[in-house]
Write a protein that binds this ligand. Structure first.
Ligand SMILES: *Cc1c(COP(=O)(O)O)cnc(C)c1O
Length: 400
């Protein structure tokens, strides 16, 4: 494990400042921009130094499956942004989620998770874990009694996303953390939809935070990545060896792209949130829309909770078009600016039909239970001007 640390600790600065400076390691050339260390391995001055490094007695890098200077910069920037003690990055967001859940568990353990999960997260909890003897219970994340009742003596991990995908429900992180801890379990939070700008799960009582860096952290649709943030003890005990030995490592190239993405995260997310709020207000009363959900609006079902645990709304807006799948498809096909995609958090506005994409694996009953109707559309605000996006959405809805 690398002990190489940036000389500048930015914890006392605001998040915007941390995003630009945290974790920067400069080489002997004194470069301004972070260096891309596109190397598999490292060479040593002597056999003694090599031995010391393998023993962990000499600070430095060994092999890029374990650690790499560019990857270390990305991890340190995330650590300081999130207020975590330690982090490890992964090749994708799903590698981060799978590792954070699976690595600490063994056959006979039990997991409780909210039903409203990103499709692949739900696969890991519902289908994958039971194959290895780890039972799981899915609950309605909004119902604290269901969390309490689902806890068993062998429950080791509770897992949730908030706001949820795609219905943007907001779950009570402090209350669920308390239930988990009372039962001797840890709480893992997938914070992708909130972004590190608007919600800090560790400060709210969670034990582990995971991100798909593919989304807002890159924010420009270029590469995949993931990161797990927690205490030094959790990372050392459960994550470090698992990642090092099984190898879902982040590429240094992707780490470099993501580092540069972090520099602009604050400006992008603030702008995208402002735009999403304008879009939500413009569409809320649209005659072709049956229901609109935006965490920043006073009519959001958990508006009080949003105020309590989030610093702002969201870059996403969800709405249900009257007339089911056919009307939703006509709307999507009528858009010129917002593009049809299953992604989110990009500088280009993206629209998704969850029932036929991210959540098509679920049965119609399971989708109905989550509130994902056939007319449901998820809108991810990009960096275009809000007026252009609103005009485009209105044009699309004309065809609904
Ligand atoms: C996209 C996403 C993931 C998976 O991330 P990848 O980088 O695509 O593997 C996990 N959780 C949520 C909430 C996501 O939106």
């Amino acid at each position: 494990m690398s002990q190489v640390k940036s000389p500048l600790v930015t914890r006392n600065y605001h998040p915007e400042t941390r995003l630009v400076h945290a974790g920067t390691l400069r080489s002997e050339f004194g470069e301004t921009s972070e260096s891309l260390f596109l190397t598999q391995g490292f060479v040593y001055d002597s056999a003694e130094q090599c031995e010391a490094r393998f023993k962990g007695e000499d600070a430095g890098f060994l092999y890029s499956r374990f650690s790499n200077p560019t990857v270390a910069m990305f991890e340190q920037r995330m650590i300081e942004l999130e207020g975590a003690e330690a982090a490890r990055s992964t090749a994708t967001g799903m590698a981060a989620v799978t590792t954070a859940i699976l690595a600490p568990l063994k056959a006979g353990d039990h997991v409780v998770a909210s039903k409203a999960l990103f499709g692949s997260c739900r696969y890991v909890v519902e289908d994958l874990l039971p194959r290895y003897g780890i039972q799981s219970t899915l609950v309605d994340g909004l119902d604290l009694d269901q969390w309490r009742k689902a806890m068993r003596p062998n429950t080791k991990t509770c897992f949730l996303e908030s706001p949820t995908n795609p219905t943007l429900e907001v779950l009570d992180i402090p209350a669920i953390a308390e239930i988990a801890h009372a039962g001797g379990a840890r709480l893992v939070v997938d914070n992708v939809f909130a972004t590190p700008m608007w919600q800090s799960p560790l400060a709210l009582g969670a034990d582990v935070v995971v991100y798909s860096a593919t989304k807002h952290i890159d924010g420009q649709g270029r590469c995949l990545g993931g990161v797990i943030l927690s205490s030094e003890a959790f990372i050392t005990e459960h994550i470090h060896t698992f990642l090092r030995q099984t190898g879902p490592s982040m590429s240094p190239f992707n780490a470099w792209v993501l580092l540069k993405g972090l520099e602009t995260l604050a400006v992008r997310v603030k702008q995208q949130t402002e735009t999403a709020a304008l879009v939500a207000d413009a569409l809320a009363k649209h005659p072709k829309i049956a229901k609109l959900i935006y965490p920043g609006r006073a009519d959001h079902p958990q508006a009080a909770l949003v105020k309590k645990q989030m610093r702002a709304g969201s870059t996403l807006v969800a709405f249900e078009v009257k007339g089911g799948k056919a009307a939703a498809f006509r709307t999507l096909n009528g858009l010129k600016l917002s593009r049809i995609s299953n992604n989110l958090g990009d500088s280009k506005s993206l629209v998704t039909h969850p029932a036929t994409t991210t959540h098509q694996r679920l049965t119609p009953e399971a989708r109905a239970e989550l509130g994902i109707s056939e007319g449901f559309i998820r809108f991810s605000a990009g960096l275009e001007h809000a007026d252009d996006l609103i005009a485009d959405l209105n044009d699309g809805l004309e065809l609904a």
